[in-house]
Write a protein that binds this ligand. Structure first.
Ligand SMILES: [Zn+2]
Length: 195
């Protein structure tokens, strides 16, 4: 994939090579994870969002650009806009598990699963299921455990498999504290004490 239309979000230097680091200022062009976003700091997220939004005018369906701007929108608390980006990522790059994971996070709109409508929580669960089919990793099971715990368990509703099943799998596949913190920062909710 080539992104001719993007300039460095940090220093606006043109992108000359197929690298993710700006030759002039050394910053990342494409934000592709929540951890790179948290390293950026909130003040710079707007710069990146503007650069990606400009590039998207020329390439509105580009999966990488939509991923990067979607991550920035989540970081800015603009969950509805983020969801539109990740729905596009899923459509254009359906084998990319991160698109489903991020769509599930966006679906909750910065509120706990408990406070969301069942329809939205179930849709988020559907997205995480899709992510897990493509790539079974700990952090996806951790998000699934949260959705099933905070909505189903706390409302005394049954769901099979339950949150414990996913929590056990998350710990057996392995999860990093940093990833868990980034996940709950992006969700804008606290990690349940039970976890
Ligand atoms: Zn630069």
């Amino acid at each position: 994939m080539e992104v001719h239309v993007l300039t460095c979000p940090f220093c606006t230097a043109p992108i000359s090579q197929r690298t993710n680091l700006c030759e002039y200022c050394g910053h990342e062009y494409m934000i592709s994870s929540f951890s790179s976003l948290s390293k950026l700091g909130r003040a710079n997220i707007n710069k990146y969002t503007n650069a990606y939004s400009n590039a998207l005018k020329d390439e509105p369906n580009d999966a990488s650009l939509n991923t990067s701007v979607g991550i920035c929108y989540i970081g800015l608390g603009m969950y509805e806009k983020a969801l539109i980006c990740f729905e596009k990522v899923i459509e254009k790059d359906p084998e990319n598990s991160f698109g489903y994971f991020a769509a599930a996070i966006s679906m909750l709109n910065g509120k706990s699963a408990f406070l969301n409508e069942k329809k939205k929580v179930d849709k988020a669960i559907g997205y995480v299921n899709a992510a897990l089919i493509i790539s079974e990793i700990g952090i996806y099971h951790f998000l699934m455990a949260y959705l099933k715990y905070d909505y189903y368990k706390r409302k005394y509703l049954k769901i099979d498999p339950d949150h414990r099943y996913h929590l056990n799998l998350a710990y057996s596949y392995g999860i990093l504290n940093g990833d868990v913190n980034d996940l709950f920062t992006m969700l804008n909710v606290k990690i349940p004490d039970e976890f």
